[in-house]
Design a protein around this ligand. Structure first.
Ligand code: MRU
Length: 365
């Protein structure tokens, strides 16, 4: 996608040296567009843990490059396995991270150490290209849903939660891809952007993305969605996801489940957009089996923003001594999901639905 007319991806290899990687520091957006250079696997792990990079597909792609960086000087079996394990442990919920590391290991284990670094860069590049292509395909399939809602020139009000846009992936985004395409072809789309406490990925990142692309949008407090649905102001909910079970349960940013409940109570369709790299075929029951990341209490007790002097800062909003809990994701049961938008098309959030698009998963059981 473009920033001020220049096309960017969310991660790229340095053109001059050919091995260091660049990312946008997402903890600084929307106030500063800082590009970071990462040169070691430890720096990559730090960027993922601190959410300088975030979003399920993107952390997988960046971790793949982290492994490549780690193999530049030593690529023996111990280095390969230890670096992979270190990167895979950075965040627990998004399955794309483990998927990308497993794919890298499958490619690299059979090679001699001297061949591994070059092959790792090539494989990480493929992961990036495939993610961008899958998200573009998701956009095309999701666009059909929006076209149907826009029939007769009607305005389509879409509600989204967290950030499932191009900076959460390598390019395009998942939930936002159909919205970009609908806007580009002239449909009258408007997006309700949940602020997404505690880290405000909606208010900071989704609003920045949509604004940069000229998509009409309105940021709302997380608690406003149900009210808007009751008053007919939401035509469709589209969110991304960090892990979908084979039965169609959906883990996504904390608060997604409440939006799905409100959507069901108000007959608003609730769609989830994902590349197949987000499906965890080993898991059936999302609520009991998907590990939910518990992040620092300080993300709840403090809020980040820009002060009147222009400094990017954090302020405390709770009394000294009050405890805070910070589960970062929740699970929306498949029964509340209208359908899944994948790179192969749309399907019901069921095992049969997923198998109809991805029969190869059935053969792996
Ligand atoms: O904690 P984050 O910001 O990494 O969480 C991101 C989300 O929950 C996204 O909705 C999800 O990863 C889908 S990104 C295309």
């Amino acid at each position: 996608m473009k920033i001020n007319g220049t096309p960017y991806r969310s991660v790229w290899v340095d053109e001059k040296d050919g091995w260091s990687i660049h990312i946008f520091d997402q903890t600084r957006l929307p106030f500063a567009l800082d590009i970071l250079t990462l040169v070691t696997p430890d720096e990559v792990a730090h960027a993922i843990r601190t959410m300088q990079v975030r979003g399920a597909p993107l952390i997988g792609a960046v971790a793949a490059y982290g492994l490549a960086l780690g193999l530049r000087n030593a690529a023996d079996d111990t280095t390969l396995e230890q670096t992979a394990a270190m990167l895979a442990a950075t965040r627990p919920t998004a399955i794309n991270l483990r998927w990308a590391i497993e794919r890298m290991l499958t490619r690299l284990r059979p090679l001699t150490p001297t061949d591994r670094a070059a092959a790792a860069y090539a494989e990480a590049g493929l992961i990036c290209d495939e993610d961008a292509a899958q998200n573009e395909a998701i956009g095309r399939h999701g666009l059909e849903l929006l076209r149907a809602l826009a029939a007769g020139g009607k305005r389509v009000n879409i509600l989204t939660h967290c950030n499932a846009g191009w900076i959460a992936t390598v390019d395009w985004g998942t939930a936002l891809a159909p919205i970009y395409m609908a806007h580009d072809e002239g449909l009258d789309v408007h997006v309700w952007v949940d602020e997404t406490r505690p880290r405000n990925q909606g208010a900071a990142l989704t609003a920045w993305e949509l604004g940069s692309h000229g998509v009409p949008h309105t940021v709302i407090a997380d608690n406003a969605g149900g009210h808007l649905m009751q008053h007919g102001q939401v035509d469709i909910v589209i969110v991304g996801t960090d892990r979908v079970t084979r039965s169609g349960d959906v883990a996504n940013k904390i608060g997604t489940y409440l939006k799905a409940l409100a959507a069901r109570d108000n007959d608003v369709p609730f769609w989830v957009a994902l590349p197949s790299t987000t499906i965890d075929w080993t898991v059936a029951d999302g609520i009991s089996e998907i590990p939910i990341e518990e992040r620092a209490a300080s993300e709840v007790t403090h809020v980040g923003g820009r002060d009147e002097a222009g400094n990017i800062t954090r302020v405390q909003i709770t009394p000294d001594g009050s405890g805070a809990a910070n589960p970062a994701f929740d699970v929306t049961p498949a029964r509340l999901v209208t359908g899944l938008i994948t790179e192969k098309g749309c399907c019901p959030a069921t095992q049969a639905g997923l198998l109809s698009l991805f029969p190869e998963f059935g053969k792996q059981e």
